[in-house]
Ligand binder design. Structure first.
Ligand SMILES: Nc1ncnc2c1ncn2[C@@H]1O[C@H](COP(=O)(O)OP(=O)(O)O)[C@@H](O)[C@H]1O
Ligand SMILES: [Mg+2]
Length: 528
């Protein structure tokens, strides 16, 4: 059997009493030693020097009712037992210096001491600074028994784990909000959201969201705002502006406000977005597009919390939280001197890169369902895929052929088109096929290689879309040579300059004619 050791503070009012009638009163420290089913081998009594006399009485009383309990005194010096920092510091020191032994079992008595001390004892036990169970005692309600009752709370038991789990559940709910309720499966993306949730709840420092267009930067900024608002981390508004739309005088005035008459057209005072975002959140989308003058002013606003409206010499104050979005590599912009390095240092304290849809293949399926729901909410029609059509669409959507240049914006539009065009409540295989060719055609133009421009001069979009990407550069090169040559045979000689040397009869013109014909092209067609 391990020795039972109780650690407890002397209860300076509850444990009080020197006269004989003190025995008719519940005194937590003495009473705890009176239970027959709880034999305490040692009681570590913690108290401040000035309660020495009370400690002596309590010790004497314990010895008389429970001779097997050894009472050990420990002095703790705190000036103000209601000062959290001080009390925590004292108890923390005590715990660190205490020689906890394997053959002893520890209980922390949390019934005595100020509420502050009780909270500190709980925290230090929860964090294993006291490797102990908690013990709580209370008087007998019917006053029949002065020993009262006691309860042991073992924080290691799973039912107390549930308390801790509540915090986890809350975090999961917050992550769900950030993900707009879509149960994403991609491990890396989920980890990213976990981090963003933590940072959103624990920090007010600026956040930079990077990633390609349509990756969800704007939506995430809005969700971070909603989460913070829900958890009372801010009171003000969500104010959003796309910096690419800000130019000239209007840029300064939109952001920082202006005085009436400060420029032509300034017929009234204007507060500006930084002021509108006061105590709220400002989302500067496409921050890489902000002009250098505006960058300088923004930096000052972030550092001093003040700025000058256009045409005014009285600084205006505004404190706000900041999120910036960009699809540019801002480090490169710094190198090109189009972005201030000091501003970048200020806004990218937290830098999160949102992946494009292509890098989240596992999330395409849940997002399709989400888009169908969104369409249903808009139109009142919930459409579904058939088993086959879903398979075909998913196959394409997750294949290398699917560029997803506009990321979620493309997926959203694609589902919207199929839902609109479907003739029944099911999106058919035909609907999917039509949509796939449309997407392919669309993406031909995005990030399109030079060859596609060359091909477009002679071929229709449908024709180009039907040519393997493997063949496109070769065909583009053949066309270029044909256009630079005076005759079909000259072009043939250039194009087959190596293999023609090993041939007895040269058939370059014929080979070239046949090659062009494969794509529906002819020498005459190219050179008219
Ligand atoms: N994680 C996401 N899952 C599904 N759809 C999303 C997600 N994030 C954004 N969207 C949708 O994609 C579109 C583009 O998102 P947006 O936040 O404007 O992208 P960005 O600001 O990065 O260009 C919006 O219609 C938005 O509702
Ligand atoms: Mg955006």
């Amino acid at each position: 059997m391990k020795k039972k050791v109780v650690l407890g503070l002397l209860g300076v009012s509850l444990d009080m009493g020197t006269r004989e009638n003190r025995w008719e009163k519940w005194r937590p420290t003495v009473s705890l030693c009176q239970h027959e089913d709880l034999i305490i081998d040692r009681y570590e009594l913690l108290y401040q020097q000035r309660f020495n006399n009370l400690a002596k009485t309590v010790t004497k009383d314990i010895e008389s009712i429970s001779p097997e309990t050894e009472v050990v005194h420990s002095l703790i010096e705190m000036r103000d037992p209601w000062d959290f920092e001080e009390v925590y510091g004292c108890l923390h020191d005590f715990a660190r210096n205490y020689d906890f032994k394997d053959d002893e079992e520890y209980y922390v008595h949390i019934t005595t001491g100020t509420h502050v001390a009780q909270i500190c004892l709980f925290l230090l036990t929860e964090s294993y600074h006291f490797p102990a169970k908690l013990i709580q005692s209370s008087p007998d309600k019917k006053k029949k028994n002065y020993a009262g009752t006691y309860t042991i709370i073992d924080l290691d038991l799973s039912r107390y784990d549930k308390l801790a789990n509540r915090f986890l559940v809350e975090a999961v709910e917050s992550q769900d909000l950030l993900k707009a309720g879509i149960s994403t499966k991609d491990r890396k993306f989920n980890e990213l959201i976990e981090q963003i949730e933590k940072v959103s709840m624990r920090s007010q420092a600026p956040i930079l969201l990077t990633g390609p267009t349509g990756a969800g930067k704007s939506q995430l900024a809005q969700k971070i705002y909603e989460l913070r608002k829900q958890k009372n981390k801010l009171q003000g508004n969500f104010v959003e502006v796309n910096c690419a739309t800000l130019r000239g005088d209007a840029a300064m005035s939109t952001l920082f406000g202006h005085k009436k008459g400060s420029f032509t057209g300034a017929s009234n005072d204007r507060a500006g977005l930084l002021k509108e975002a006061e105590n709220g959140l400002l989302f500067l989308d496409e921050i890489g597009e902000l002009g250098l003058d505006e960058q300088a002013m923004l930096l000052r606003a972030l550092e001093d919390k003040t700025f000058l409206p256009l045409g005014s010499d009285t600084p205006v104050k505004s404190e706000f939280q900041l999120i910036c979005g960009t699809n540019r590599k801002l480090h490169e912009s710094v190198r090109n001197k189009t972005f201030r390095d000091d501003l970048l240092a200020r806004i990218n304290i937290w830098d999160f890169e949102l992946p494009g849809l292509k890098d989240r293949a596992a999330d395409i399926a849940p997002n399709i369902d989400h888009e169908l729901q969104k369409f249903a909410a808009l139109s009142g029609n919930l459409l579904r895929f058939t088993v086959e059509s879903k398979k075909e669409y998913l196959n394409f959507a997750t294949s290398a052929e699917a560029v997803w240049a506009g990321n979620f914006r493309d997926l959203n539009a694609s589902i919207h088109r199929m839902s609109t065009l479907a003739d029944t409540a099911r999106i058919s295989v035909d609907d999917v096929h039509a949509e796939i060719s449309l997407l392919k055609k669309k993406w031909l133009h995005t990030g399109k290689e030079e060859q596609v421009f060359q091909l477009e001069e002679f071929l229709s979009e449908e024709q180009i879309a039907a040519i393997d990407p493997f063949d496109r550069p070769q065909l583009a090169n053949v066309i270029r040579v044909c256009k630079e040559s005076k005759s079909l045979s000259q072009a043939g000689r250039t194009l087959f300059s190596v293999s023609r040397l090993t041939k007895k009869v040269s058939n370059d013109s014929d080979r070239l004619r046949k090659y062009l014909a494969k794509f529906g092209l002819s020498w005459d067609g190219l050179n008219t």
